[in-house]
Design a protein around this ligand. Sequence first.
Ligand code: FAD
Length: 449
Amino acid sequence: MAKKIVVIGSGAAGMTAASSAREANEDAEIVVFTEEEHVSYSPCAIPFVLEGKIKDFDSIIMHTPEWYRKERSIEVRTRTKVTGVDVDKKTIALADGTSAPYDSLVLATGGTVFVPPIEGADLPGVHKVRFIKDGMDIQKAMASARHVVVAGAGVIGLEVAVALRHAGLEVTVVEMFPQVIPRICDADMAKEVQSYCESLGIKFVMGAPLQAIQGEGRVQKVVAGGKEHPADLVVMATGVRANLELPNQMGLEIGGLGAVRVSPTLQPYRKGRLMRDVFLAGDLVMCESAAAPGPTMSQLGGTGVRMGRVAGINAAGGYATFPAVVSPWVSQIGDVQIAGTGLSCGLADYYGMSVVEGRSTGTTRARYYPGGKKLIVKLLADRSTHRIVGGQILAGEEATGRINWISAAILNGATVEDFVTSYENAYCPPTSMVKDVVNRAAEDLLSKF
Ligand SMILES: Cc1cc2nc3c(=O)[nH]c(=O)nc-3n(C[C@H](O)[C@H](O)[C@H](O)COP(=O)(O)OP(=O)(O)OC[C@H]3O[C@@H](n4cnc5c(N)ncnc54)[C@H](O)[C@@H]3O)c2cc1C
């Protein structure tokens, strides 16, 4: 009999798991259940649709359920909430009261936007940003809005703030930490990003948790930092928490970071034992850091896809493992790219690691080549082993290739000495300086030891 593989969740992790399961097992019956109407779209593109850089939301939908049925023999059941999993009977319960059996299960139910429990958080005009439907709702609300408050100055909040500012709205960003992009970005790099956003006319209220959202029947103002800020639209970009609804109901072990603990094969634990036939992928799991010994969260599209592949192969009866991560990230905030990998100073402190910093500023192209943009590179190394453990880049262009280069060094366990002597770079005047700013930052770092 064909193996029945059930995937819950149609995000990056779930759809990749379904496709990878199909590649690993031609005969399996594969069914994806999702609460959403649209599948296989890129949430990462939502801010750029709002900004008008991408024509419309239809453009960011890669495939439809019909495409999956025809091309991959995968059934996708949209607008279907899974309300429970019976791990003993190996069945899932659906909101309509029916159930469906599985031989193996992939849980890819993602994350949820954390909304602080404050007055007015549920008023009309307050929107989360997570799914394509949220993006569509914000786009509609933008048409009649003038003052917007974006709660949260992480990369998603900043991308949305810039998008709304470019659309001509008055934008205020409220952030409880004293810097933008807290945790994953160092204060000096964050300051550059905030200054750039301020140059666009975005206002910031820093070190100020959201206190209340107020209005008669719909949002009219936000209270933060002891002051009132006018708002006819509020966008909550206040961080993502693992969606633990089904894991809790199934009795899965939750780790210290508030997400599901899994083995390298992405199997969860229940009552201290590894569960057979259940695999997890995406924003709801914890994984291992490759930069420091210990667990980390890697709530990124790239991680979701890579985990989805492992979970799909294993659910189909194959064998694959998920390695430790450095979680490289990059964000386009207006004309500025900000990127990072491995540890920031704050994360190094969290892992109890003392780090040494190197930094260099230059341009993205040869000095004499027209059009070069500002480029700042920062590298961090472990003080005791000299191992490179983190990097951050602020650039007018081409941050991605450079951050991937640093990621490879961290994943290889390269020391700063290794990097200076052996990590070669491709060069051509329109693409970099002959000694790239990354090399210069590594030399600066070496000089600090
Ligand atoms: C605006 C925005 C911009 C981003 N930009 C980037 C970026 O530039 N780069 C990057 O790497 N990452 C980015 N991310 C993060 C990235 O999109 C996520 O890490 C990734 O989408 C997570 O994928 P997932 O499959 O784990 O979860 P999700 O995409 O959250 O999918 C979860 C799925 O589970 C379904 N589901 C949940 N519960 C149930 C249930 N009980 N029954 C049925 N279905 C259920 C949901 O409907 C959904 O389909 C961004 C995210 C957002 C929101």
